[in-house]
Design a protein around this ligand. Sequence first.
Ligand SMILES: NC(=O)c1ccc[n+]([C@@H]2O[C@H](COP(=O)([O-])OP(=O)(O)OC[C@H]3O[C@@H](n4cnc5c(N)ncnc54)[C@H](OP(=O)(O)O)[C@@H]3O)[C@@H](O)[C@H]2O)c1
Length: 373
Amino acid sequence: MTDPAPRDDDSRDVDDRSRDVYSPRQVVDDRPHYGSRGRGRQPDRGATVPLAVLGLGAMGTALARTWLAAGHPTTVWNRSRARAEPLVAEGATLADTAAEAVAATPLTVVCLLDDASVGAALADAELAGRDLVNLTTGSPVQARARAAWAHERGARYLDGGIMAVPPMVGSSPDRGYILYSGSRALFDEHGRTLAVPLDTRYVGADPGFAALHDVALLSAMTGMFAGVSHAFALVRAAGVPARPFAPLLVEWLRAMAASASATAEHLDGGDYTTGVVSTLAMQVAGSATLRRTAAELGVDAGLLTPYLAAMERRLADGHADEGITGVIDTLLPDLTCGTRDPRPATREPRPGIRGPGLGARGRCHPVQRDRGG
Ligand SMILES: NC(=O)c1ccc[n+]([C@@H]2O[C@H](COP(=O)([O-])OP(=O)(O)OC[C@H]3O[C@@H](n4cnc5c(N)ncnc54)[C@H](OP(=O)(O)O)[C@@H]3O)[C@@H](O)[C@H]2O)c1
């Protein structure tokens, strides 16, 4: 999906910035930014600006409570009124409808179950001239469609992906962050307010990018959970208690997580063999031991085997000297990536996509593969 980002009044600026979306400033810098662009709105420098929070589930409640505690006049709305009562007791203003909450303040934060609930809740809201920050988890395509929907109604739109669980909201040092993408002007103007509950990371003008990054990180987490489940199953099947094993597991996962940086170097540099100390050939040989041990203990290896199979396919394609980076290429659709990759789209899966990373190659378009031929 490579549709251009829906445009709002700051689209020229944000489109220009989207080219350096992966610059260290944009990805790492979590300080609020105060832009001078916009529709005459003033950046919320130090001010406890009013805002509305729609959705008071576990996450919406944690967010609203933090803004309230920081002194922001906070209007709240929830489909089930009872969930709003504790916040009202703490000083929030209750709106009878979502439309009333949106009308109460220029800035509305939405944190509902899914994209369908956002559409349902905001169906009757007057959005013209409003700033909408949608922290509801969704896919990149849903985020772009929701941004276009908001733009059509005259609102600026910022999408967000929350990288935290409710106890991390507002707390320190375990504070998480929120990925943002969409209107840079909105992000700049409300940066200080948005940074109250959690740190902020702006990842680009494309409204789908926050969801993309969110889902990528959640997917990595899911794979980790799968490995952790298998590891506990092994030791449990052997009668080893879980508690003494857990610190070993945590320490090992922390050490191995750092390998993601080397993988990124390979992907963006194009040479998947640089600095490899654990070759694919060695790792595939070792994976036989993972399978054998699971079988010896009667543990179902079903959470591991798809990944092991991908490593074996990559090895069979002749990449013994790589580490595990090449496995990523086995997962990708066929891509046409501008002029730097001269190979035409073929009817067969290509063995691997080499050369500079996607960011350096510009926009890439999935190619419909003819699986019948
Ligand atoms: N909790 C987490 O750990 C966590 C972490 C990161 C991101 N998130 C994301 O944050 C969002 C909210 O999560 P949550 O934990 O707060 O969920 P939750 O506790 O299940 O609350 C869901 C909220 O959505 C509302 N809702 C559901 N369907 C609706 C509809 N059709 N119309 C209007 N409102 C509707 C619910 O209203 P009622 O009270 O009336 O049912 C409630 O306010 C989700 O997108 C989630 O993926 C959550």
